[in-house]
Structures are given as structure tokens and as C-alpha cells.
Design a protein around this ligand. Structure first.
Ligand code: SDX
Length: 392
């Protein structure tokens, strides 16, 4: 800077503390994603959400009895304190479910003073179980609140995903029939979201936790980071973008031209990635399954055809190819969530439920090993040099 007057920002670099982690590996050029060394393709094809949660948090695949015990502990902690249910009464029905989620998770810590000490392994363990068990219930209550329906109590005879679906789509007046197609499809989508290295929301969880803040407070901050449209909020933004193309009648080509001209700063939502400069392996897996899932669910979605046309045009256009912009995990997931019956504003909440095990795993890694803490991010000062106070 002294010689050239240029700063790191001119080259796009800002000093940030790097962190070490043993949880997830990404190769952005090759499009590789591994959870504790296992390729995402193998994990998605052979595992379940809770089994992957154990893998990410404890580092190895669980034995059958470990998984059964883990599942049982999660089921036995799904109830929310009755006072916390009244918390929802204070929120407007039009509140965005992500705001409800981060507020309720923060409120959780006011009920569990016996599990907040980050230096007590037993308290970290019970916080882990309580968050895994209660976040889906809070999410379902945010959905029910938005549509004005009564909250159901969790049914502990059901598994993790079955319970979540029933809490969202079951109603008091009728028995709820579990749809195994829906369960399998959602379990797989949740697996694809469980961790992704040092993304913005996970870095937020680590940074907040590195001050000694408890797990609930750190995860609440992570939920807020995820809500942004450039991060987890993109899956909701993709559906809004596809619907706008459909409703405007402008056609996909015209929309792509407007993106390339950066009109009103619009972006092709669900495209591009800070790390992947090739096809996001998760997007490949979602795209490969979207036809089968919609067929299994017996629904079609005209927005899927628009998404496909958009992808085909973008992947053949130099503007996107030169900038290494490919579909990311958010591009096709919304079409499936819609087919499952979730409102668009619940899409990022589904992302948060998927990402929770990763947030917990990273928080525990940071909490256990100070060498993996995100230090105080360094700053490159580019402001005014020292100057005297004006005589006035
Ligand atoms: C997630 O980090 C993670 O791992 C996140 C995540 C996870 O699992 O946690 O993978 C989940 O957040 C996926 C990303 C979801 N976001 C979106 O889909 C929103 C749309 N995408 C972009 O905003 C953007 O691609 C980013 C923020 C995701 C990544 O930006 P980059 O790669 O750092 O690129 P950039 O912002 O530096 O832009 C480089 C160029 C620019 O053009 P020029 O200045 O060179 O002319 O590419 C353009 C940008 O304008 N560009 C896009 C674009 N993304 C980048 N142009 C149009 N549409 C886009 N989507």
C-alpha cells in the first residue's frame, strides 16, 4: 500500500483469521464435498439425517446401539416448555419463520440454565440433544402460527422426519398418515445441508461461541446469518425469481439478459458460490432426484421447467461460464419443498434444520480445541491517516 497506494481490497482480499477443522472437506474446483472423509454421494445414498448428525458431531459413524440411544434421547426431548409455547402468541402471524426460529432458540436458553456452561461436557451434551429435538418443533410451530392452525404435540413413537412432517401437516381433527416417500425425500435433503465447512452461518456460530457464549446463543446467531438471501435465504429467493419470470411473461432469455446487464443489481439466485467454481455436488444430487420425487408425490410444478430452461441457457452462456457460475444447493431444492407442501417462507427454515448438526459440530470442535477458534478477524485499515482536530 505504501509503494502503490493500492490496498488488499483492490485485490479482493481482506485478512481473516483462518480456522482449522476436521469436520468437512470441500474442493471447490473439483466439486468434492466430504463429511468426516465420506463423499457426500455415499453419505446421501446410505445414511439418515440423525446418523449423519452423529458422524459430524462425534467424528465416526455410530454403532447400531449408539444410534438407537441417540434417536431415543432426541425423541424424549421434543417437548417445548409450556410457557415457551405462549412465546409464539406474542409474535405477529406474518412474522418470517426465520425470525421466529432465531428468537425462539435464543429464548430456549432462558429455560435451560442447567445446560449453558460450555466447560461442562454433560451440559454441552444435553444442549446438543435439546437443540436437535426442539428446533424442528419450533420450526413447525412457526409454520402453524403463520397459517393459523393449532400446534400439535410431538409424537415420540415417530422418527425425526416423520415427527417433523406430522407437526407441520397434521391437524388435531384427523389422524396423520406418514408418507414414506416424503420422509425419504426430506431426510435426504436434510443430509445434503448438514454441514458445509466455514460458510457464513457456521463461521458466525464459531465466532459467537469463541467468546464463551452458550450453544443456544451461538446457534441463534447462526440462524440470523443463514436468513440472508445471499446465503440460506437463496432457496426462497429462487422460487420467488422463477415465479416472477413466469408471471412477468418476459421469458427466460430476457431475464438472463437483465441479469447479465446487472439491471437493478439482480442476480441469478441459486447460481454461484464462494467456494464451488464448478457444479455444487449437492445441486447435482438434488437435480437428479427432483423428477423422481415429484413423480412419487404425484405433483408437477411448472416452475421446474423454467428452472431447467434457465440452467440450460446459463450453462451455455459465456457470461456465467467465464465467472464459473453454476447451480448451487439452493437452485432446485425449493421446487421439491414446494411439492412437499411447504410454503416458500419455510424453505430457509428447512435449511436451518438441516444445518443444525453442522453448527453443533463446529461449535463443539471450537469449544474443545482452542486452536480451532476463529480469532478476532484482522482488519486492513483503509480510512483517513492521522489528522489534527479542526479549529472551530
Ligand atoms: C449458500 O458458503 C457456503 O458454503 C454457502 C452454502 C452453504 O451450504 O452454507 O453453500 C449455501 O449460501 C449457497 C449460495 C446461495 N446464494 C445464492 O444463490 C445467491 C446468488 N449467488 C450470489 O450472490 C453469489 O454467487 C455468491 C455470493 C453466492 C458468491 O459470490 P462470488 O462467487 O464470491 O462471486 P462474486 O460475488 O465475487 O461475483 C463474481 C462475479 C460478479 O460479476 P463481475 O463483477 O465479475 O462482473 O459473478 C457475478 C458477480 O456479479 N455473480 C453473479 C452471481 N453470482 C456472482 N451474477 C449473476 N448471478 C449470480 N448468482
Amino acid at each position: 500500500t505504501r509503494q502503490t497506494g493500492l490496498t488488499g481490497l483492490d485485490y479482493g482480499f481482506v485478512n481473516t483469521a483462518s480456522t482449522r477443522s476436521a469436520i468437512t472437506y470441500i474442493d471447490g474446483e473439483q466439486g468434492i464435498l466430504r463429511y468426516r472423509g465420506y463423499n457426500i454421494e455415499d453419505v446421501a445414498a446410505n445414511s439418515t439425517f440423525l446418523e449423519v448428525a452423529w458422524l459430524l458431531i462425534y467424528g465416526e459413524l455410530p454403532t447400531a446401539s449408539e444410534l438407537a440411544d441417540f434417536d431415543s434421547r432426541v425423541r424424549r426431548h421434543t417437548l417445548l416448555h409450556e410457557d415457551l409455547k405462549r412465546f409464539f402468541d406474542s409474535l405477529p402471524h406474518q412474522a418470517h419463520p426465520m425470525s421466529v426460529l432465531s428468537s425462539a432458540v435464543s429464548a430456549l436458553s432462558t429455560y435451560y440454565g442447567d445446560s449453558l456452561d460450555p466447560h461442562d461436557p454433560e451440559q454441552v451434551e444435553i444442549s446438543t440433544i435439546r437443540l436437535l429435538a426442539k428446533l424442528p418443533v419450533i420450526a413447525a410451530y412457526a409454520h402453524k402460527k403463520a397459517i393459523g392452525q393449532a400446534f400439535l404435540y410431538p409424537d415420540n413413537s415417530l422418527g425425526f422426519v416423520e415427527n417433523f412432517l406430522r407437526l407441520n401437516f397434521g391437524i388435531m381433527a384427523e389422524p396423520y398418515e406418514v408418507n414414506p416417500v416424503l420422509v425419504k425425500a426430506l431426510d435426504r435433503l436434510l443430509i445434503l445441508h448438514e454441514d458445509h465447512e466455514q460458510n457464513a452461518s457456521t463461521s458466525t456460530v464459531r465466532l459467537v461461541g469463541s467468546t464463551g457464549a452458550n450453544l443456544f446463543a451461538s446457534v441463534s446467531a447462526g440462524i440470523n446469518a443463514l436468513s440472508g438471501p445471499l446465503h440460506g435465504g437463496a432457496n426462497e429467493a429462487v422460487l420467488d425469481m422463477l415465479a416472477r419470470i413466469r408471471d412477468s411473461g418476459e421469458g427466460v432469455e430476457r431475464f438472463v439478459e437483465r441479469v447479465k446487464n446487472k439491471e437493478d443489481g439482480i442476480k441469478l439466485m441459486g447460481f454461484g458460490h464462494r467456494v464451488y467454481k464448478s457444479y455444487d455436488p449437492r445441486a447435482k444430487l438434488v437435480k437428479a432426484s427432483v423428477d423422481a420425487v415429484l413423480a412419487d408425490l404425484g405433483v408437477s410444478n411448472p416452475l421446474l421447467e423454467i428452472a431447467r430452461e434457465l440452467e440450460a441457457i446459463a450453462l451455455a452462456d459465456d457470461y456465467f461460464v467465464e465467472r464459473k457460475l453454476y447451480p448451487n444447493v439452493d437452485f432446485y431444492t425449493g421446487v421439491i419443498y414446494k411439492a412437499m407442501g411447504f410454503p416458500t417462507r419455510m424453505f430457509t427454515v428447512l435449511f436451518a434444520i438441516g444445518r443444525l448438526p453442522g453448527w453443533i459440530a463446529h461449535w463443539r470442535e471450537m469449544n474443545d480445541d482452542p486452536a480451532t477458534k476463529i480469532g478476532r478477524p484482522q482488519q486492513l485499515y483503509i480510512g483517513s491517516p492521522a489528522r489534527d482536530w479542526p479549529q472551530r
